[in-house]
Design a protein around this ligand. Structure first.
Ligand SMILES: NC(=O)c1ccc[n+]([C@@H]2O[C@H](COP(=O)([O-])OP(=O)(O)OC[C@H]3O[C@@H](n4cnc5c(N)ncnc54)[C@H](OP(=O)(O)O)[C@@H]3O)[C@@H](O)[C@H]2O)c1
Length: 358
């Protein structure tokens, strides 16, 4: 039940991913030893960027194949670690028994290790705000850590698209309960908002979904967000830094969760047009925002937008325990676009493209 020591050893699941990759990089930058866990260390497309990190070349970071779907895959990797940042997705959020089983074997590996004192579990703002009934935001408009989606709503089921947020809550509770039972480590949950920022490897442009949506905007394709929800953003570098500071914190308590977002809420059309505002040199030709929703939803656009504008996004708890100043969205968008061009090799649709927008 202690923070990790500075320079200690941290295992990061999902290291080839957008958030995991940044967490590995920042941990190395800050002097930690890292055990980077990926599905397949020999998958060059996904792991080459990790192998290019100086910490890998010196051996301060080691790379490990671990498929979450195999019980015991972390037994050897966690042995000797002080902390675990469990950032990885799971294969199927809709299968709750499977989600619980995966949590159970990861917990088992933590207990077997005997050395781990702090685990940060990556959840999502979906576990705060994924509502079946949008009127729930009128009843409870303050979006903060103690807010959960209305769990009493009988329509809150995987079949109705709630599997992801339900799976995240199951994981949060499984790790917190196991930590209480163990008494040797604590579990803190981090709920990131919509992550935007620089990709570190080309394959990450397909993930997200947010950086992938920006890639599509660069190609001239932009779709309205479901229920006209604004993006509730956080820079991926800030999410990674939050994970590290939660591992280090002397203030956090087992079972707590922290929302990582800047509290910026940005409409998709402003993001689409913002690319040319921030980077006029690109000559980006923003396509029209396509609204793919049925007419009955489109008829309620003003109502939905008014509900979102009545929501209050809060982040004072995480700012207090981490001391982090979140980057403004413009910086995240600019750096995301530049990385999509430089690392992702995205060919931007430009006004000078003489009408060929294929
Ligand atoms: N991005 C966001 O805006 C956002 C917002 C809120 C919460 N989150 C949470 O943050 C975490 C990381 O998200 P991300 O955006 O960084 O996702 P990402 O880029 O897709 O990375 C997730 C990683 O998890 C790995 N993974 C999935 N299933 C696996 C399995 N069975 N065994 C081993 N590895 C597996 C993936 O490996 P493969 O590539 O081999 O599949 C991938 O590298 C997730 O838990 C997500 O729910 C993300």
């Amino acid at each position: 039940m202690a923070p990790i020591p500075r320079g200690g050893t941290v295992a990061v699941t999902g290291s080839a991913g957008f958030i995991g990759g940044w967490t590995v990089k920042l941990l190395l930058d800050q002097g930690y030893r890292v055990r980077a866990c990926v599905r397949d260390a020999d998958d060059a497309e996904k792991t080459e960027f990790l192998k290019q990190m100086p910490g890998y070349l010196t051996g301060r970071m080691t790379l490990h194949s671990a498929d979450l779907d195999q019980d015991g895959c972390f037994d050897e990797i966690f042995a000797g670690c002080h902390g675990v940042a469990h950032i990885s997705h799971v294969t199927d959020y809709d299968d709750q028994e499977y989600v619980a089983r995966v949590c159970a074997h990861i917990i088992e590996s933590i207990n077997r290790a005997g050395s781990v004192t702090r685990v940060v579990v990556t959840s999502s703002i979906a576990a705060v705000i994924s509502e079946v009934d949008i009127q729930e935001f009128v009843r409870r408009p303050v979006l903060y850590e103690d807010r959960y989606p209305d769990e009493s709503n009988p329509k809150r089921t995987p079949q109705r698209g709630q599997g992801y947020s339900m799976g995240k809550v199951i994981a949060q509770r499984a790790f917190s309960d196991a930590a209480t039972e163990s008494g040797a480590w604590d579990a803190i949950t981090c709920c990131p908002g919509d992550n935007v920022g620089p990709i570190l490897s080309r394959h990450q442009k397909e993930k997200g979904p947010w950086q992938h949506n920006i890639e599509k905007m660069l190609l001239g394709e932009c779709e309205q967000t479901p229920a006209y929800r604004p993006w509730m953003t956080v820079d991926v570098r800030d999410t990674a830094e939050c994970h590290i500071r939660l591992l280090e914190s002397t203030e956090v308590v087992n079972g707590e969760r922290y929302i990582a977002w800047s509290t910026d809420a940005v409409a998709v059309e402003d993001i689409n047009s913002g690319i040319a505002r921030l980077l006029p040199e690109l000559g980006h030709d923003a396509g029209a925002v396509v609204d793919p929703f049925p007419e009955r939803i489109q008829a309620r656009e003003a109502e939905f937008r008014s509900i979102w504008s009545g929501c209050e996004l809060r982040n004072e708890r995480i700012r207090k325990v981490t001391g982090l100043a979140f980057r403004p969205f413009d910086e995240s968008l600019r750096d995301c676009v530049e990385s999509l061009v430089a690392v992702g090799k995205v060919h931007v649709r430009a006004e000078s493209d003489s009408g060929d927008h294929s």
